[in-house]
Design a binder for this molecule. Structure first.
Ligand code: HXC
Length: 297
């Protein structure tokens, strides 16, 4: 039973990047369940199609899957053109991300690009592709970006992600001002630990989880538990609705108080040995190559 009325997002048309899995899928499904039409982007066509079918069956809403790699500006523009040719979006959720833990001295320029090309460049290009069409058509727009609490603290062992997410937070504040007079809002959510397969396989891979005991770190969170996807989706629903039309330029943490207590980052990994890092890198690289093999684009 939702805390919101079922037609909260009636008439809304929302694009969620990375909407086929994880937190993106949970948010997209919540939007669909509250009357919105949803478009989901992701790199793996088959996974997207299954997710769209599942969401449609669960909610009755129109859910359109589009295989788009946001690292590719031409693909973004082509897909955005197709969407707006049908009808303008009312909202965009920048959720797609990439990340893995590593000692920064072990990162190549290519490793930095692997993260920044999704989180910084991909988010910018997607946002501008929507924004420019909203402005040209005189439409209102609403941008929600998923960042992390590291935008305030930095994050050891995930420097490319921390740098890129901080850039997205800066984009949020900048565009709230620049595009506010044009009727476009921009906000961000900084989630704490909401376990998902994509993130956990790269931020808490098996060798590290074994080393850290329960592998959850819940003991360090003031509310003593991980977040539930429903809780994040509720905040996203509120921010995407017209009921908070005066709220813009904010980065809102939802993390059980974690970052105030521990910064919510990976400072505890300073204790790992060279052998630990070798095992971790091997596990993450195996995950990355498995996922690459599933991509259709
Ligand atoms: C050092 C590594 C490495 C490791 C890869 N590389 N793993 N370097 N340590 N553990 C290097 C590679 O050697 C290569 O550099 C470069 O990084 C790119 O590697 P690829 O395997 O080609 O990467 P790619 O296929 O692009 O995949 C990387 C990825 C992928 C894009 C990040 O993991 C991905 O698609 N992730 C999506 C899901 C995800 O990560 N979700 C988590 C989001 S969590 P060289 O020089 O050898 O070519 C998040 C914040 C969470 O954003 C906050 C929680 C609190």
């Amino acid at each position: 039973m939702s805390m919101f009325r079922p037609d909260l997002l009636k008439g809304h048309r929302i694009l969620v990047t990375g909407g086929g899995t994880g937190l993106g899928k949970s948010m997209a499904e919540a939007f669909a369940a509250h009357g919105a039409e949803v478009v989901i982007w992701g790199r793996r066509g088959q996974i997207l199609e299954e997710a769209a079918r599942e969401m449609h069956e669960a909610t009755g809403a129109k859910v359109t899957p589009m295989a788009v790699d946001i690292r590719n500006p031409a693909q973004i523009d082509e897909a955005m053109e197709k969407i707006f040719a049908e009808a303008p979006l009312t909202g965009l959720v920048n959720n797609a991300a990439g990340n893995f833990i590593s000692r920064t001295e072990d990162l190549s320029a290519n490793a930095f690009n692997a993260i920044a090309s999704i989180v910084a460049h991909g988010t910018f290009n997607t946002t501008v592709a929507a924004g420019r069409r909203w402005i040209a058509g005189g439409h209102k727009g609403n941008i929600l970006s998923i960042v992390t609490t590291w935008v305030w603290t930095g994050s050891p062992f995930t420097v490319p992600s921390a740098m890129s997410k901080a850039g997205v937070a800066a984009m949020t504040q900048s565009l709230a001002v620049e595009w506010g007079p044009k009727g476009i809002r921009a906000n961000a959510i900084a989630p704490g630990p909401f376990p998902t397969k994509g993130a956990w396989e790269r931020l808490m891979p098996e060798p590290l989880a074994r080393k850290l005991g329960d592998g959850t770190g819940a003991a360090n969170i003031p509310l003593r538990r991980m977040g539930e996807h429903r809780e994040l989706a509720n905040l996203a629903l509120f921010l995407m609705s017209d009921e908070c039309a005066y709220l813009t330029g904010e980065v809102i943490a939802i993390d059980g108080g974690q970052w105030l207590a521990t910064s919510g980052n990976f400072h505890s990994l300073t204790r790992l040995s060279d052998e630990d890092w070798a095992m971790i890198a091997e596990a993450i690289r195996a995950t990355n190559s498995r996922d690459r093999a599933q991509r259709t684009t």
